[in-house]
Design a protein around this ligand. Structure first.
Ligand code: ATP
Length: 289
């Protein structure tokens, strides 16, 4: 089966500034793939190139087998785009906006179906510019899925949303994925990547520093658990592949231990370690701020 997305040695320069540097990866049909990286790393530039909105300086990209710069209307109707900025602040009601959008697709979902999927049925008659931030983001998602896209690009779909709305949007993305939609997601939320994606790539300073299964990113060594406890007023830590055995031995030798914890590094801890290794101080500050 041909991959849904192929990126080969993609490089994008603005003047002397290389913002995407020899990036290569593939996304299988039906896969949800997360692109992670600090502000300014090159995520949106990569995604916008795949959407056909930016011209690569060099390299080759294909979406559904087509060069996005040459993709005509029929190709465009097979992809869905939810850009980073809100695109839904119009003078139309939600229903009017979706009805207009539906006309450009050959086999659109019905407006009522889309309203239901994104949970906006009860706001269908409201002017989009009067919706809350979370509701506007849902309108963006509604516009992105209106044409039943085979590939959906989601650029930071849940930034700034409250935890409940984020989870609802995750459920929506999971449902689309179950229906076979290929999803390319950029996000700053590591829990979002863990929840939704099978594989992820980390891009730092325009370079793709890793592509792997979400639960393998950073390598086995970065995932070794740490057993931590307090003894004699001091905190003790030991990294071990066998935390249960270590805890059993400590319990046998020393009895009850104060503040005993087994800590398994999260994707976030591993990601911050990667920024430290590859990135600048500024990137780390942005990622942790
Ligand atoms: N039209 C442009 N002209 C010049 N430089 C640009 C242009 N668009 C983007 N850049 C630069 O390219 C770099 C990558 O930007 P990009 O938006 O791809 O990053 P990002 O990883 O999506 O960041 P964020 O997480 O902040 O959205 C940045 O340094 C940005 O300033």
């Amino acid at each position: 089966m041909q991959p849904a997305i192929q990126v080969k040695s993609l490089t994008k320069k603005y003047g002397d500034h290389t913002v995407v540097d020899d990036v290569s990866f593939e996304i299988e049909q039906g896969e949800t793939f997360a692109l992670l990286g600090p502000n300014g790393a090159g995520k949106s530039t990569t995604v916008e190139t795949l959407e056909g909105y930016r011209k690569p300086t060099s390299g080759d990209v294909r979406v559904l087998g087509t060069d996005p710069l040459r993709g005509g209307l029929s190709w465009r109707s097979r992809i869905g785009v939810v850009a980073q900025s809100l695109g839904s602040e119009t003078m139309l009601t939600t229903r009017e906006l979706l009805s207009h959008a539906a006309r450009v697709f050959p086999t659109p979902r019905s407006v009522d179906e889309v309203l239901e999927i994104v949970g906006l049925s009860e706001h269908a008659g409201k002017l989009t510019r009067k919706l809350s931030g979370g509701q506007k983001r849902r309108v963006d998602l509604a516009l992105g899925i209106m044409g039943r896209p085979e590939v959906l690009f989601l650029d930071e779909p849940t930034t700034g949303l409250d935890p409940e709305v984020r989870r609802q949007i995750w459920d929506l993305i999971d449902d689309l994925s179950d229906q076979g939609t290929t999803v390319l997601l950029t996000t700053h939320y590591l829990d979002e990547a863990e929840q939704l994606a099978r594989r992820a790539g980390v891009i730092i300073g325009g370079k793709l520093v890793t592509v792997d299964a979400v639960d393998r990113i950073g390598g086995a060594d970065a995932r070794v658990p740490v057993v931590r406890w307090q003894e004699g007023g001091r905190v003790h830590e030991e990294r071990t592949e066998h935390p249960t055995s270590l805890v059993a031995r400590l319990a046998e030798e020393r009895g009850e231990l104060a503040r005993l914890e087994v800590i398994r590094p999260t994707l976030e801890t591993i990601y911050l370690g990667m920024l430290r290794e590859h990135g600048s101080h500024d990137m780390l500050q942005e990622a942790t701020s």
